[in-house]
Design a protein around this ligand. Structure first.
Ligand code: FES
Length: 65
């Protein structure tokens, strides 16, 4: 999320700690690091969604906001 905000792209957010799902984005290509213990729904994981507030890009990403 910070990388997006630095580029002027604002994602709706509430908790900024991985709890509320408000900041979900879909990863189309590329990888992110998510610290252990980040609560992500099984369906989100299955379909490639992450909580952008607790995801850190490991490479260039293509995402759907
Ligand atoms: S802002 Fe709540 S999960 Fe990201």
């Amino acid at each position: 999320m910070l990388a997006l905000e630095k580029e002027g792209i604002l994602i709706p957010s509430l908790c900024r700690s991985g709890e509320c799902s408000m900041c979900r984005v879909k990863i189309v290509s590329g990888k992110v690091f998510q610290p252990a213990g980040v609560p992500v729904r099984k369906s989100d994981r299955k379909y490639g969604y992450v909580h952008s507030c607790v995801s850190y890009p490991l490479e260039d990403l293509e995402i759907v906001i």
